[in-house]
Design a protein around this ligand. Sequence first.
Ligand code: FES
Length: 161
Amino acid sequence: MNLKPETLQQIDEVITHYPQKRSATLPLLHLIQEDVGYLPPATTEWVAAKLEIEPINVYEVITFYPMFRQQPIGRRHIRVCRTLSCALTGGYKTCETLKQEFKTGLNEISPDGEVTIEFVECLASCGTGPVVMVDDELHEKVDCAKAKLIAAQIKAEAKQS
Ligand code: FES
């Protein structure tokens, strides 16, 4: 596994918080995903060896939780809420607008490599829908016009980097 030194340090530290190493499975997977952007195939064996458990125990966790990704994503991760409150306030249109702006489908890397758009369950801001998360940043009341602004901002930031 090609992890940053600080991630490796955090991993070793997190393991010490648990009386049983195996209990650190979830936090380790989160740390790896934060570092790499997804969980590459080598993750299963690597985490299993680190925690002295069987690879199948790690694999079960990876495949059980939808927040773990087994494929790479674009540089920015856009999540659009599709649950009831957001759906009623226009979440589907918001999602379509973002897909059009980046010429991409759901769960794909856009052709410019910039984003991956996911349509997800409740993002816990139901009173201010439609809700969109860009990486860790929450955007509220994202109608189509606001979705276009968000897309323009992401594209502008991509040009600067
Ligand atoms: S329904 Fe969209 S944030 Fe809860």
